[in-house]
Write a protein that binds this ligand. Sequence first.
Ligand code: 6PG
Length: 250
Amino acid sequence: MIARNGEVRIAPSPSGVATIAVEALLAVARTRAGAAVALSGGSTPKAMYDHLRKLPEARDLVASVHYFFGDERSVPNDHADSNVRLAQEGFLRELAVPADHIHAPNGGASDLAAEAARLTAELRRLVPSGTVPVLDLVYLGMGTDGHTASLFPGTAALASETAGFVANDVPQLGTRRLTLTYPVLNAARWLMILCTGANKAEVLREIFSRAEGAPAVYPIERLSAERITWVLDTDAAALLPSHIPVKVAS
Ligand code: 6PG
């Protein structure tokens, strides 16, 4: 159960979750210039980006970070479903993050496997590493099926030993996606999992109720990095077992 080496923080609202996420980014940006961060996809990060955009005083810190993406849908970066577009419009443009600090997957590439290889090479070039690139901070979300990034249940990427990006067929969505793999996620210095909304409560209840030593059921349970922080709003945390230690933000 990954909660054992993780901490759980509960905020009263999605905006409170966003505040914690922004604080983490600024803290990491302060540790060293050129820190490497992977942004999450989905809709949850929007509140974080909205918050960041309102911090012009953090512009220099935010712009000092190199941004990767945990995953990207198989759409061009200007598509409404693109995780890159969400971040570009959310804060990267507004805070004038330099283009060479944005390492955007091209989900619209005709050969996603080649794009995954290109991204992996870019990651390895930029992020100091031995055999596996070590990211300073990775933001992740969680689907109601327990997927994270684009590591969906029953898909090939779950078994990938590639220390980078792969193109992953996701038959349950009838699509292919680019995703970071477990070797990179689990080598990260810090994983921050952002979950909001009542629709995540039942899966979180099941994950945090998992008996000691019981096998993982969901892809997200196979995360095992140096530091894992779950940041939940009260709706998502509503069914957490009472024995789980939590830190509640006001
Ligand atoms: C994606 C994400 C995915 C997302 C979860 C949660 O590209 O969809 O990377 O892993 O984080 O599906 O999505 P929501 O934030 O929309 O709940």
